[in-house]
Ligand binder design. Structure first.
Ligand code: SF4
Ligand code: SF4
Length: 162
């Protein structure tokens, strides 16, 4: 067994199979059709598991604040109060604030994972990846309304992409 291992070690050093495997892969890609995406006119569709911009469904949210507590860097800010629902006469929780400071978000998805509602009230699989901004405070600190209305990609103007 040891002899066989030694022989393999010597063969690996002399014949360099890893090097040739790497070169073979390089050559394979050299002759493949090249794909250039003319961004932003063309956009690639991310995979289903891609974590991008958040969405929030306020009606589904039970204001438990688990997502904020699960966030390892504390960038989810939730405030709520109780109000008597005139239809049911029961007290309901009403959101005052649901902000996320995206500047520091690492898109780990722990907030979505911890959310107890089914389906989730907060989720990152919106396939929106265009979060670049010239004004970090304006666009990378999102509030409740922005989290709920983030359905379309931002429409960049010609000046912005020039
Ligand atoms: S994805 Fe991670 S870092 Fe970002 S808000 Fe959720 S838990 Fe926090
Ligand atoms: S964990 Fe889910 S239900 Fe609870 S506050 Fe966050 S988004 Fe709402």
């Amino acid at each position: 067994m040891d002899l066989w291992k030694s022989v393999r070690k010597v063969a690996d050093k002399l014949l360099l199979p890893d090097l040739f495997a790497g070169l073979a892969l390089t050559f394979k890609h050299m002759f493949r059709e090249k794909v250039t995406v003319q961004y932003p006119e063309q956009r690639l569709e991310p995979s289903h598991r891609f974590r991008g911009m958040f969405r929030l469904d306020e009606d589904r949210c039970i204001k438990c604040t688990i997502c904020a507590r699960d966030c390892p860097i504390d960038i989810i800010y939730i405030d709520w109060h109780q109000e008597v629902n005139p239809e049911t006469g029961k007290k309901d929780k009403v959101l005052d604030r649901f902000d996320i400071d995206l500047q520091r978000c690492m898109f780990c998805g722990l907030c979505e994972e911890g959310c107890p509602t089914e389906p989730k009230s907060i989720w990152l699989t919106t396939k929106t990846y265009e979060l670049a901004s010239y004004d970090r405070w304006k666009n990378l600190y999102v509030d409740m309304d922005e989290l709920q209305q983030w359905q379309v990609r931002p429409a960049y103007t010609d000046e912005e992409i020039a």
